[in-house]
Design a protein around this ligand. Structure first.
Ligand code: AMP
Ligand code: ZN
Length: 664
């Protein structure tokens, strides 16, 4: 046998063993034999780099370093799920569905795995990319790390389609998590808080060799792509399993909501026997044609619903209430608890939200309290055991001055939170704003971390984000723990931030209510910072999807002289304060004022390209037909009830070609 054949034979053998062990959970070879074969392959590959394969089993051990995870836009958005908590919620959902689709509806019931969601792209049976969910629109390219997860096939088997994405959850089973924590404790390190965060943290490690050491697993549940030859969710699970994916076996097909409830009741208890964390059930309309007709809301598919299991509750003592000041000056009360085990993690702190919440539950120091952990990471106090209350306890007095700068706190009409308005002098606000500016989704300044920002502020080197651009190396060197190299990196990172696109700069300014999405909308509409600075409240409200609260906040921000100066300074340093010429060139107003609904499968462009074309040319995409819809762009297999609705409302239906003609 020649070398090339030998190499490919070993790869195939190891792939099969991997599959048997990690996916089927049925080893057919001893660990020792496996290691010997792997070593043999490694040494052959070293001697013959000409036969390199990016998906060789030897790459499972990792070792590649990623400094910076590249941002990738999901070809199809990764949506969230709507939540339900009772039978009534589910029946309401069913009623809504039945209004929108024809015929009988069946459901696939799956467990809701609590981990980090991931989207895997396969081309010609090979894993080419793994991207985190991120904000649902774009995520991080974590392919090198994901390749070290042994239950994820690098090569597929059977009759897989040439190109598709598959989505699922990367989880850290309890046992592996406990082992990691035992090792950390033994090494004198802080244990990890919980499996979910540790799983998602593992995907973002720079050294894939470290990721490889973590006992991660990946459970898949959603195929995405055009022309996959599949007609139902349940079928897609079965198919994916045949191609070599680890698709959980617990899923069931239910003929009615009653059968869905049976599934929920069964797993409500039985889930405790599973090796990994689950926090609910996900119910999906089984028929893909019906899914297509139902479409999506802005946030979630209409064809799926999460049912959340009741959160676990524990009892503990409230030792102290402390107060945190955020970058906007908002005060958050924090409960410091007697440490207690809850849902597999140790809980020491819980959010108390605001003064009303404390008053409503009458929470006092030394109380015995009930603590719950729902979907959110931070647990909350849901009640007090009044029988155990000390006779001498006194009502909690909410603080009246800022714990950091002593300024009197104010609470505006209709707002839940107290604020410290000393924006220019309150240290955590100053630091917080700059930390927000440099954060990953804003200016993403490499070589500068949150702690360094705090240090720079403390040392009086900066008081706002514009000051970053004035920093000199000589000022940095004398600082504690600042080596020459880190000083260089910092200066370089700051300089590089001048290339970050306008919309992210706008987000980085830290205007209240201007999150990533709003910043994008404003940038797209106004195109330059100058135009936004000048826009009146009325003009702002007229921008699509910008409400009065946002408009007021933007206006208030730029009415402050200091803020205008900051923006002028950023401009002088060369920070991007308008959308790039390139982006501008691809945008037109051709479809301004027109709303489109896209349905079916297209030939010349993908659904997403089509939607992007609509938006880039000033049109709006909506997922359901109404009297406001200007056009339905219909591809092959358009849903019958959509067609019906379009006809009823006399909405014009156009083909893909008609649409493309609109643009020329
Ligand atoms: P949420 O983050 O609460 O909106 O829930 C949505 C998330 O649930 C998705 O992003 C997935 O990562 C996760 N999830 C876990 N199990 C499933 C499942 N079986 N089907 C769909 N999503 C799931
Ligand atoms: Zn303050």
């Amino acid at each position: 046998m020649n070398i090339e054949d030998k190499i490919s034979q070993l790869r195939e053998e190891l792939r099969q063993h991997n599959y048997n062990y990690y996916v089927l959970d049925a080893a057919t070879i001893s660990d020792y034999e496996f290691d010997m074969k792997l070593k043999e392959l490694q040494s052959l590959e070293e001697k013959h780099p000409e036969f390199y394969d990016a998906n060789s089993p030897t790459l499972r051990v990792g070792g590649e370093i990623t400094k910076n995870f590249e941002t990738i836009v999901h070809e199809q958005r990764m949506y969230s799920l709507d939540n339900s908590y009772s039978k009534e919620d589910l029946l309401d959902w069913e009623t809504r569905i039945k209004k929108l689709v024809d015929g009988e509806v069946k459901y696939t019931c799956e467990l809701k795995y609590d981990g980090a969601s991931i989207s895997l792209t396969y081309e010609n049976g090979e894993l080419v990319r793994a991207v985190t969910r991120g904000d649902g629109i774009q995520g991080d390219n974590v392919t090198t790390n994901v390749k070290t997860i042994k239950s994820i096939p690098l090569k597929l088997q059977g009759d897989f389609p040439p190109k598709f994405d598959i989505r699922g959850e990367i989880v850290l089973p309890y046992e592996g998590f406990a082992k990691m924590n035992r090792e950390r404790l033994a090494a004198g390190e802080e244990p990890y808080a919980n499996p979910r965060n540790t799983a998602s943290g593992s995907l973002k490690l720079q050294d894939s060799g470290e990721t490889a050491k973590r006992p991660l697993d990946c459970l898949l549940y959603n195929l995405v792509g055009d022309r996959l030859g599949i007609s139902s969710q349940f079928e897609s699970l079965e198919k994916a399993r045949k191609w070599g994916f680890k698709v959980p076996e617990e899923s069931r097909l239910a003929n009615s909501i009653d059968e869905v409830l049976d599934f929920i009741n069964l797993w409500n208890d039985k889930r405790r026997d599973l090796p990994y964390e689950t926090d609910g059930v996900v119910i999906k309309v089984n028929d893909l044609q019906q899914q297509e007709e139902l479409g999506f809301t802005a946030k979630a598919p209409r064809w799926a619903m999460a049912y959340k299991f009741k959160a676990e509750q524990v009892v503990t003592t409230l030792n102290e209430i402390t107060y945190q000041v955020g970058r906007t000056g908002a005060i958050t009360p924090v409960a410091n608890l007697e440490p207690v085990q809850l849902a597999g993690t140790t809980v020491k702190r819980a959010s108390l939200h605001n003064a009303d919440q404390i008053q409503k539950l009458d929470i006092r120091v030394n109380d015995t309290v009930f603590v719950e952990k729902g979907g959110e990471i931070i647990p909350k106090i849901v009640g007090v055991d009044f029988q155990k209350r000390d006779k001498n306890s006194t009502v909690t007095q909410y603080i009246t001055t800022c714990p950091e700068c002593d300024t009197d706190l104010v609470r505006k009409e209709g707002e839940a939170q107290h604020y410290c308005l000393n924006t220019q002098g309150c240290p955590p606000q100053i630091v917080g704003r700059i930390q927000h500016y440099i954060s990953r989704k804003a200016l993403d300044i490499e070589g500068l971390g949150g702690e360094t920002v705090a240090l720079l502020v403390k040392e009086g080197l900066i008081t706002n984000y514009a000051d970053l651009y004035d920093l000199k190396k000589e000022q940095l060197i004398p600082l504690e723990r600042m080596a020459e190299k880190s000083a260089d990196n910092l200066i370089e990172g700051v300089a590089k931030s001048k290339e970050i696109p306008f919309e992210r700069v706008l987000f980085g300014l830290g205007i209240r209510y201007v999150g990533e999405t709003v910043a994008k909308k404003l940038a797209k509409h106004y195109k330059t910072m100058d135009a936004i600075v000048k826009a009146t409240e009325e003009e702002l409200v007229n921008v699509d999807e910008i409400g009065i609260k946002i408009a007021q906040s933007v206006r208030e921000f730029f009415d402050v002289e200091d803020h205008k100066i900051l923006v002028e300074r950023l401009k002088a340093y060369g920070v991007q304060l308008q959308i790039s010429a390139e982006k501008l060139a691809n945008q037109t107003d051709t479809l301004l004022g027109k709303t489109f609904v896209v349905s079916g499968v297209f030939e010349k462009v993908s659904r997403n390209e089509l939607k992007k074309l609509i938006e880039d040319n000033g049109g709006k995409v909506s997922s359901s037909i109404s009297s406001k819809t200007s056009y339905v762009v219909a591809g092959a297999n358009m849903g019958p009830s959509k067609l019906d609705k379009a006809n009823k409302l006399a909405v014009t239906i156009i083909s893909e070609d008609d649409f493309l003609n609109l643009l020329t």
